[in-house]
Ligand binder design. Structure first.
Ligand SMILES: Cc1cc2nc3c(=O)[nH]c(=O)nc-3n(C[C@H](O)[C@H](O)[C@H](O)COP(=O)(O)O)c2cc1C
Ligand SMILES: Nc1ncnc2c1ncn2[C@@H]1O[C@H](COP(=O)(O)OP(=O)(O)OP(=O)(O)O)[C@@H](O)[C@H]1O
Ligand SMILES: [Mg+2]
Length: 476
């Protein structure tokens, strides 16, 4: 069987492990359910293409115990379902159909939505388990295991996710090592494919960004940071006042740029030592000054204990009211370093190993990294984005609108902040920041004298923020 042979002969140990774990899940499923009771959800995307070939290998190895055939290319008895939509890319459709022909797939084409399509299918067929190409990092993977019952409100079946723990690189290592044909869009810079309305090539793969001519993109397998595979998914912002409907691609997407008020940020320090007053907070005041100078309204600063629940409660509160939350302290290998766990809890997700981050840490701490799994490389699952910058040894961690800073002093903060600003330079958020003007006025009028005119100004100009007046007594 060509897939099993290619993996056996390759010298990529990591790929071999991922492969054998996925095959194990497939074989256990085929032992638990009869072939009529399983189905494969295939949509021509890269992840489901990987899964197709794992299933071919898994099925071959499963029945190999009974037969001694070499594996006919068209020997694939698992029912395959494809939800075809009018907004699918034509390239995806034709790849799906061509693949079905090549590998003899029994393709059921369903033209209704997922839920009602599955209801009808499960009523008509004895299906109990469905194989999916869902991977950690996909928004739909949050909370899933390799075997996860369908969600409440969905027809009952077992979702089987054999490649749940595969990274973007694992997917490409497998496709390239086994020389598996994949949809042509991936060679044109598409890295994750949704519908024609919400998917564009990944800008990170663009070769000729500045020229006015037609843009050229590198193939998907050259994307160095797999965390950004969904950067080509377009998100529509609500209609702005001016009538434009801008599409933001992978920016600070939950910041509403069109609010008339200032953007708000909060800063959370994690550390008993700061609370107890034994160590001075070197980051907070400097961070607030930086935020203020960029036009952000710092709505709150807080210091919390090194305790998962304390961190989670504060993050949950702040992330729902502020546009951005900055959290620092409590990041590291010590038992008291609970910041990432607290952030995960605030968003209701678990901590999961992040291979990209683990590799950065391995470079940084090398041999000091003990055991199979580096605890520091556990990050909130499905919501984490690593913000890379050439000047940073380890990328910054962004979980939705929460940025985890690793700086432990003002100098390190300067460095992280400058990188953050550069990373956001292309973002509309920065433009918004730069349109902020701050003025300091000094007057020798009393509070009573200026109170009324200031209130009038605030009413007339809602964008105007008047800070605290520091009154000095002027002696004549
Ligand atoms: C076979 C199959 C089973 C699914 N089962 C569930 C489920 O149990 N619960 C759920 O919330 N979504 C389920 N979904 C929907 C997916 O989580 C997700 O919404 C879908 O893949 C669409 O992703 P998109 O919105 O990025 O296109 C299922 C989808 C498919 C194809
Ligand atoms: N229209 C569909 N028909 C059948 N299965 C689907 C469909 N959409 C999603 N799925 C299932 O959900 C899985 C996850 O979808 P997802 O879009 O994340 O991956 P993909 O399409 O395989 O790859 P890519 O991330 O490059 O788009 C698929 O691998 C497939 O098993
Ligand atoms: Mg897809």
């Amino acid at each position: 069987m060509e897939i099993d042979k290619a993996i056996t002969e390759c010298d990529d140990r990591r790929l071999k492990t991922k492969y054998s774990n996925a095959i194990y899940v497939i074989q256990r499923t085929l032992a638990l359910y009869s072939i009529e009771e399983v189905a494969f959800s295939f949509n021509g995307g890269k992840d489901s293409t990987v899964l197709l070939h794992l299933l071919r290998a898994g099925y071959f190895l499963h029945k190999g115990e009974k037969s001694c055939s070499n594996g006919d290319v068209k020997d694939f008895p698992i029912r395959t379902i494809y939800f075809e939509s009018p907004s699918a890319f034509p390239e995806i459709n034709s790849f799906t159909y061509d693949t079905a022909t090549t590998y003899g797939l029994q393709l059921d084409i369903i033209r209704s939505d997922f839920k009602s399509g599955l209801e009808a299918l499960l009523n008509a067929k004895p299906i109990k388990a469905i194989f999916l190409g869902v991977r950690m990092g996909d928004p739909t993977a949050v909370g899933q295991e390799q075997f996860s019952p369908s969600s409440l409100g969905w027809p009952p079946f077992m979702r089987v996710n054999p490649i749940l723990d595969w990274s973007y690189r694992d997917v490409w290592a497998f496709l390239l090592t086994c020389k598996i044909p994949y949809c042509s869009l991936y060679d044109q810079g598409y890295t994750s494919i949704g519908s024609i309305y919400d998917t564009v090539p990944n800008a990170l793969l663009c070769i000729n960004k500045s020229s006015g001519s037609k843009k050229v993109f590198r193939p998907a397998y050259l994307l160095s940071d797999g965390r950004l595979e969904r950067a080509g998914r377009v998100k529509k912002l609500p209609l702005s006042v001016s009538g434009h409907n801008p599409a933001v691609i992978n920016g600070l997407d939950n910041v509403d740029l069109h609010k008339s008020s200032l953007l708000t940020a909060s800063a959370i320090a994690v550390g008993d030592e700061i609370l107890f007053g034994t160590v001075e907070d070197q980051i907070g005041p400097s961070l607030c000054r930086k935020l203020h100078s960029f036009g952000w309204l710092v709505s709150q600063t807080a210091v919390v204990r090194n305790d998962i629940d304390s961190v989670a409660e504060e993050v949950e509160r702040r992330q729902s009211t502020d546009d951005m939350v900055f959290i620092y302290g409590g990041v590291g290998p010590l038992h008291s370093d609970v910041t990432t766990a607290g952030v995960a809890k605030a968003f209701g997700v678990r901590l999961a190993p992040d291979e990209e981050f683990e590799e950065y840490l391995r470079h940084l701490i090398g041999d000091q990294c003990t055991g199979d799994r580096n605890e520091m490389a556990l990050l909130p699952e499905g919501i984490t984005e690593l913000l890379h910058h050439e000047k940073l040894i380890v990328p910054l961690i962004k979980c939705k609108n929460v940025i985890i800073l690793t700086a432990t002093n003002a100098l390190e903060l300067d460095e992280e902040w400058n990188c953050l600003i550069e990373l956001m330079r292309s973002d509309d958020v920065l433009l918004m920041m730069q349109s902020f003007v701050s003025k300091h006025l000094t007057t020798n009028l009393t509070d009573v004298e200026i109170a009324q005119p200031l209130s009038k100004l605030c009413l007339e100009f809602p964008d105007l923020y008047i800070g605290k007046c520091l009154l000095k007594t002027v002696h004549s």
